[in-house]
Design a protein around this ligand. Sequence first.
Ligand code: TYD
Ligand code: MG
Length: 451
Amino acid sequence: MPKTKTSFFCQNCGTQYAKWVGKCTACNEWNTIVEEVLQKEEKRAWKQTSTPKKVSKPIKINEVAISEEDRIHTQNNELNRVLGGGLVKGSVTLLGGEPGIGKSTLLLQVALAISKKVLYVSGEESQSQIKMRADRLDNNNPNCLVLTETKTQNIFKSIEDEQPDVVVIDSVQTLHTDYIDASPGSISQIRETSAELIKFAKETATPVILIGHITKEGAIAGPKILEHMVDVVLQFEGDRNHTYRILRAQKNRFGSTAELGIYEMQNAGLREVENPSEILISEKDESLSGTAIGATLEGMRPLMIEVQALVSTAVYGTPQRSATGYNIKRLHMILAVLEKRAGFRLGAKDVFLNIAGGITVDDPAIDLAVVAAILSSNEDIAIPQDLCFAAEVGLAGEIRPVNRVDQRILEAEKLGFSTIVVSKFNKIAKTNYKIKVVLVSKVEEVFQLLF
Ligand code: TYD
Ligand code: MG
C-alpha cells in the first residue's frame, strides 16, 4: 500500500502549495486552499495497451501530411464556423457557459445530427431525461449512444466497447477517477480526469468535447490550467431574457478566435441564425426618434446593429448616463465631444443608451450610430430607417475610418439599406455600389446631413 500523498490547492486559481495557508499568494483569495490527495502518474485510467509506444521522429514541415478528413463536419454551420471548419480529430474542446444557457442542448443536438457514432456521457442527467430532451429536439439518431456515468474508468470501458467517433462529456465537474480521493469538481479531480481524456483523445484521434460550468465571475470553474490543457475553449453566452445565444471561441488552436456563432433558443432546440441582422434590428412600423443602425463587424461577420438612445432633461443635479451593451466610458467621451465640438447642451440631460438585442459591441465602428441615435433623440427627429452608419468618432469630433469598410457597405446593400454614412478618409475599393455612400469628416456634417 503506497503512502498517500497529499498537496494543497487553491480552489480558485489552481496554485499548488506544500502546506496550508490562509490566503492564496497567486490570486489573493482567502480560504480557498484545500488539501487534496495526489496519485502517482503511472496509474492513469486511460492506458491503451494494444498500440506500442511510438517514438516520434522529426519530419520536414512541408512533408507533414494533412487531409481534409482530419476535420469532422458537425452538421451545424454555426459551430463549424466557430471551430474553424469542423471538429479536428484528436482535439479536445471545452464548452463553457452559465447554467441553463443551453450547453447540453447544443451538444445533444450536434450529437443527434452528426453522421458519426457519438457517445454522449452525462453525469448530470439520467438516460431517460436525455431521451426526453432528444424527443423535444425532434431528432433521432441511432448512432448516438447515451451513457450516465461519472467514473472515468467506466467511461473508458464503454469507449473501448463501442469505439465512438466523437465523445461528449457533460460535464467535467461531475467526473471523478478512482486514483484520486478528492470529491468531483475539485481542482485535482478536474485536472486528473481531463488529463486522462486529453491523453485518450490524442492517442486515438477521437475528438472529445467537454462541458464546463462557469463561476459567478464568468471564468470556467476549476483551475485555469484546464484552459491551457485543451485545444479549443468555446464560450456559450446570452441573456436569459433573450432567446438568442452567442457562441464564441476564446482559444482555438485550429482557427480564428474572432468568429462568432449565433443561435436562437426555440421550443424545439437551438436554431442556427444565418442572418443575424434580422434579430438585431427590432421591427417597427414607423421610424422613431433615437434609433440608428450601425454596420459593425464581429470577427469576419458583418452585423447590422440597432442603437437606441434616450435623451431627456435631467431631473436631478447630476445628469445620469447609462449604457447597456456599449462601453460607458466611451459614451462619456462621445458626449464630451458632442458638447465641445458641436455645441450640444447635453450636460443638463440624462442620456440612456441601449444596444438592441442585449448584445455587447466592441467594434468602434458603432460610434457614429451612437452619435446619430443621441442626436436624433435630442432633436426628436427620426432617422430614416434605410440609413446606416459605420465610422469611429475621434476626440476632436473627427469621423475616423474603420477597417474592412467594403464588407460593411456590401452587407448594408444586401440588407436593402439605401444609404450608408462612412468616413471621408476611408479608402473604398469599389465605386459602383447600388447603395449611396455618403462621406463625412466631422460630427457637424453628420448633424447637417440628418436634420
Ligand atoms: P440546457 O441545455 O439544459 O442548459 P445547460 O446545459 O447549459 O445548463 O438548457 C436548458 C434551457 O433551455 C432550459 O431552460 C429550457 C431551454 N430549452 C428550450 O427552450 N428549448 C428546448 O428545446 C430545450 C431542449 C431546452
Ligand atoms: Mg446541462
